[in-house]
Design a protein around this ligand. Structure first.
Ligand code: PLP
Length: 319
């Protein structure tokens, strides 16, 4: 039996990460409000430490471990924002971290993860299985494996983003949140259900990888092949059992956005709001703008989940 995190776990997470994670701003845009006819509130996690909300879950999960367990170190596998988040959060907590990353991961990401003081163990993604490598490291060295989404303390940490947003905005009619493995969406939905029960939480996936939408429709977890999309933070092949159980309870609907809409939204946010949001971070605003006719005159929250993108790649995508 898996234990689902509760609202009080999010409140505890909020106290734990206070002063460590940024309380990111809630941005408004008169232009986008006029364009859409919706009152939009953007929670800007592109300004979070390490550039994405994942620092919240990583910090909470590490600090929630008993001191003696924590000191044995943290192991994680990720080629994306979870790697940097664990590396940075572990350093701040004064504990060692080992991150398993593909050897052909972008050099900047390998360097950033090492730069936060983590040991990076590389593998060949075509011939080796990262979960096996992580399991072997765990057996050899001990420590705690922290996954990027399917873990109660990770989910509770991610939920603090919605808690801060709703503390600031008061009641919202809807909240758009991106979905990869569903850690952010399930944590935020848990909060919305408790704080503003009438708020419709809408999960947003890349059109090329709508496994969460299929899973919700089927009533069981559907696994897909790795989707091809510029939303690299949402290239997951399935949600987890914990995130799925929470999404089934608290997420109203799942919608999708294609890569062209993501690129157009990156450009719009840069031009009008002067912010750099990575492709995966544009899932929620792209979906909120597309759904605007349904939310005329209403108050809608939008989670901008991260801003990590190579600037040359950014220029290519918006050019
Ligand atoms: C990881 C990530 C997501 C997806 O989060 P899940 O908890 O896996 O659903 C969305 N946006 C960004 C920027 C991410 O790094």
């Amino acid at each position: 039996m898996t234990v689902l995190p509760t609202f009080s776990d999010v409140v505890a997470a909020s106290a734990r990460i206070k002063g460590r994670a940024q309380r990111t701003p809630v941005l408004r845009s008169r232009y986008l409000n006029a364009l859409s006819g919706v009152e939009l509130f953007f929670k800007a996690e592109n300004f979070q430490r390490v550039g994405a909300f994942k620092f919240r879950g990583a910090t909470n999960a590490i600090l929630a471990l008993p001191e003696d367990v924590r000191q044995k170190g943290i192991i994680a596998f990720s080629s994306g924002n979870h790697a940097q988040a664990i590396a940075c959060a572990a350093r701040e907590a004064g504990v060692p971290a080992v991150i398993v990353m593909p050897e052909d991961a972008p050099a900047v990401k390998l360097a950033a993860t090492r730069g936060y003081g983590a040991e990076v163990v590389t593998y060949d993604r075509y011939s080796q299985d990262r979960e096996e490598i992580a399991a072997r490291l765990l057996a050899e060295r001990g420590g705690t494996l922290l996954p990027s989404f399917n873990h109660p303390d990770i989910i509770a940490g991610q939920g603090t983003a919605a808690l801060e947003l709703m503390e600031e905005t008061g009641p919202l009619d809807a909240l758009f949140v991106p979905v990869g493995g569903g850690g952010l969406a399930s944590g935020c939905a848990l909060v919305a259900h408790e704080v503003v029960p009438d708020c419709a939480v809408i999960g947003v996936e890349p059109a090329a990888g709508d496994d969460a939408r299929q899973s919700m429709a089927a009533g069981h977890i559907v696994k897909i092949a790795t989707p091809r999309t510029i939303a690299d933070g949402a290239q997951t092949t399935s949600v987890g059992d914990i995130t799925f159980a929470l999404m089934q309870r608290y997420v109203r609907d799942i919608v999708t956005v294609d890569d062209a809409a993501l690129a157009a939204t990156m450009r719009l946010l840069a031009e009008r709001m002067k912010i750099i949001v990575e492709p995966t971070g544009c899932l929620a605003p792209a979906a909120a703008l597309a759904a605007a006719p349904q939310w005329q005159g209403r108050r809608v929250g939008v989670l901008l989940s991260g801003g990590n993108i190579d600037i040359t790649r950014f220029a290519q995508l918006v050019g």
